[in-house]
Design a protein around this ligand. Structure first.
Ligand code: ZN
Length: 134
């Protein structure tokens, strides 16, 4: 058994196709920023790390999950999203402990460390100021 306290935060990776669905991803990103206190990551139009498609990351604290993830279920607008916990075990977090909204995509397992130290897990620094209700 793993206690819930192992989950330090979450990521949602929002995947898109730069040629076809970047505009959809931009609209979703804007809607997220208007509604949730999260840390929106940079655009990666080229696959990076374990990710095999273009994406941006949304990092959020555990107390945001209950409102944000159901909202994403309803509002992802056809985009594929990986939601995973951060427990200092990146390989398990991405490959075995996450949930997919939409179609699961392959991940490059070998880029994911088995364990990281607490100091390597960067705290969430929200960069959104919501103006609308979820
Ligand atoms: Zn992640």
């Amino acid at each position: 058994m793993q206690p819930l306290s192992r989950i330090l935060s979450y990521h949602a990776h929002v995947y898109y196709d730069p040629a076809r669905t970047r505009g959809v991803a931009e609209a979703l990103r804007q809607r997220i920023a208007e509604r949730f206190v999260v840390q929106l990551g940079r655009w990666h139009d080229v696959p990076v790390g374990p990710h095999t498609a273009a994406m941006y990351q949304v990092a959020f604290d555990t107390e945001v999950f209950a409102a944000f993830v159901p909202w994403l279920m309803l509002n992802r607008d056809g985009l594929d999203v990986l939601v995973h916990p951060n427990t200092l075990a990146p390989r398990d977090d991405h490959l075995h402990q996450g949930l997919w909204l939409g179609r699961p995509l392959p991940l490059n397992e070998e880029t994911l460390p088995l364990r990281i130290e607490p100091a390597q897990e960067t705290p969430i620094q929200p960069n959104t100021v919501p103006t609308l209700a979820p």
